[in-house]
Design a protein around this ligand. Sequence first.
Ligand code: PMP
Length: 394
Amino acid sequence: MDRLADFPAIPAGWAYLDTAATAQKPQPVIDAITRAYGETYATVHRGVYQRSADMTLAYEAARAAAARLIGGQVNEIVFVRGATEAINLVAQSWGGTHLKAGDRILLSQLEHHSNIVSWQLLRDRTGIEIDVCPLTPDGRIDLDAAEAMLTPAHKLVAFAHVSNVLGSILDVRRAADLAHAVGAKLLLDGCQAVPRLPVDVGAIGCDFYVYSGHKLYGPTGIGCLWARAEILDAMPPYQGGGSMIDKVTFERTTYAPAPTRFEAGTPHIVGALGLHAAIDYVEAIGLDAIHAHEAALVTRTRDALRDLNSVTLFGPDDAAGIVSFAVEGVHPHDVGTILDEGHVAIRAGHHCAQPLMEALGVPATARASFGVYNGPADVDALVRGLERVRRIFG
Ligand code: PMP
């Protein structure tokens, strides 16, 4: 897969290995944003003039694309700022209505802080209890343990589809069956899955699915909440303001139907159009092809790092596009700095997953993550950089 030429912000000789934090943008996405601001810009949903009507069509076409990408219906997609806002929306709106003191939710040890703290805020409001599913030794959410932990008191299971640190892929069908067997709903954090795997919410059988545009080669500030129509229709507003209403008086306000009810204020119009271009871009390549490409890079990386005897690898061998590792005796930040000197950009830190770091017994990891623009040469640059780290630190 040779897509590097589509990405003007990646100069020759720079190995960008931080796609799990945010993906670089292909020219069609940049063009869509430039055109939206430079030629076709207007507000949506309100204007009586043609330009605004056209922009409304484009904004709603983006919603249709965002739904199609994950096999959902257009009226089931709420545009939000990103996965973080989507999870907060579900916690405050659905959780605030349906969960009460004594109810339990099940998270896992590898969740991103956005899928932990959002629920803690709800816990502080309602008195729900949070349980934490452990991991298997190779870094997957242990679904046998989840099965043993789940009880009828559990109303929600919220798991990452793909771990942003370990790349481990959840058996989402089984997670849905386990949640539903006790009457709980399943929320999947698809931030790292949507750019890397084909996703079909209908086939999975989940109830909520969230993802961020900027990890999918689209703009920042736009993301999606998908929720099954009957669930979304019954959820109260999350924020109040313009656009989300039916009729407002000082005595009483009625609200627009979903998904408009959840999009208070002027939305990120151009972000939605950029996201649409990003979705078209990945669909034209094919998510199966992207997954196979990244799996090959993961295998090449893990095989090479295994040969460097001072490197510890985390996560499973069949990880989706993400490899976390530690170099013995060297802090991950020093690893990252030395790699940067060799024009290799990785992430070093806790990756917004401090409870996972605790479980791994490390303060931080170094993480290489791949996208459609990476190739074997990037892995080789990483390995050369790590050999230099070893030489410097003896
Ligand atoms: N969940 C996962 C698994 C992530 O990787 C991220 C981003 N690192 C988030 C949630 C939060 O996404 P955002 O910052 O785009 O809201």
